[in-house]
Design a protein around this ligand. Structure first.
Ligand SMILES: Cc1cc2nc3c(=O)[nH]c(=O)nc-3n(C[C@H](O)[C@H](O)[C@H](O)COP(=O)(O)O)c2cc1C
Length: 226
């Protein structure tokens, strides 16, 4: 029941106008709220303040300015073993089901809730870093029946993006990383949201405005489809 004080407040013309304005604006607010999505970035460089981290921070800032929730996971600070290929995870199609007791199961539980997953890595010997590769291998536990009609994945429909940095050019150097990433969406049943390679990197201080612009454009592109 409303108290007398509340009834008096409700009759105040100013409050009535404000209330009706809120009711007009509210549906638009909920539309904007619905657009906010959970984004996770897997930061694969061992360096917390290196080239990859700096470029990823520009991407994350842009995504946050668009209203999204962004969580960055520094894989080098986690204990993540390689996949044992024991196949136990395949017995549990509804959950990651990995039997190893390290930090990966919690990360896998977390990434399946993200609408957009960003893989960020320096190029190490024409591949991703060992830290990121170990986690990617553990995503083996997130799908079952690959190559069969009943293939299903806990990452189904997830948007995935790749940001890679390297000291060399794209050609004859970085392509294998992008080729492998382009294939990852098949077992994951996910969607390739976009890719960015920043080559000829030296130190983070030398990353200029042009790189920042490319990072911002990349953020807008990968968020565009979600
Ligand atoms: C072990 C190791 C291997 C590397 N291999 C390559 C390579 O194959 N191609 C390349 O372009 N850069 C290579 N680099 C350079 C890094 O990819 C580059 O400096 C990157 O921007 C570092 O990112 P970070 O500062 O985020 O760690 C290598 C660096 C290290 C330490």
């Amino acid at each position: 029941m409303l108290s007398i004080k509340q009834i008096q407040v409700n009759k105040n013309p100013f409050i009535l106008v404000v209330n009706s304005l809120i009711s007009v604006v509210n549906p638009f607010i909920s539309v904007v709220k619905e657009k906010k999505v959970k984004i996770i970035a897997l930061q694969g460089s061992p360096k917390k303040k290196g080239n990859t981290a700096k470029i990823l921070s520009w991407v994350e800032e842009e995504l946050q300015s668009m209203g999204h929730e962004v969580e960055s996971i520094h894989l080098g600070s986690k204990n993540i073993n390689g996949c044992l290929a024991c196949g136990k995870c395949k017995e549990k199609p509804d959950e990651p089901g990995c039997i190893q007791k390290d930090d990966a199961p919690a990360i896998l539980e977390n990434i399946i809730t993200a609408k957009l997953l960003i893989f960020a890595t320096p190029i190490y010997f024409w591949g991703v870093t060992a830290q990121l590769k170990a986690l990617i291998d553990r995503t083996y536990s997130l799908y079952v029946n690959y190559h069969q009609p009943d293939h299903c994945s806990l990452l189904e429909g997830q948007h995935q993006a790749l940001l890679a940095t390297g000291g060399g050019p794209y050609e004859n150097n970085a392509e294998p990383v992008f080729t492998a990433f382009g294939r990852l969406q098949k077992p994951h049943r996910s969607i390739n949201a976009g890719e960015l390679y920043i080559g000829q990197c030296s130190t983070p201080d030398n990353l200029d405005d042009d790189v920042k612009k490319r990072a911002v454009a990349f953020a807008r592109k990968i968020a565009g489809g979600i």
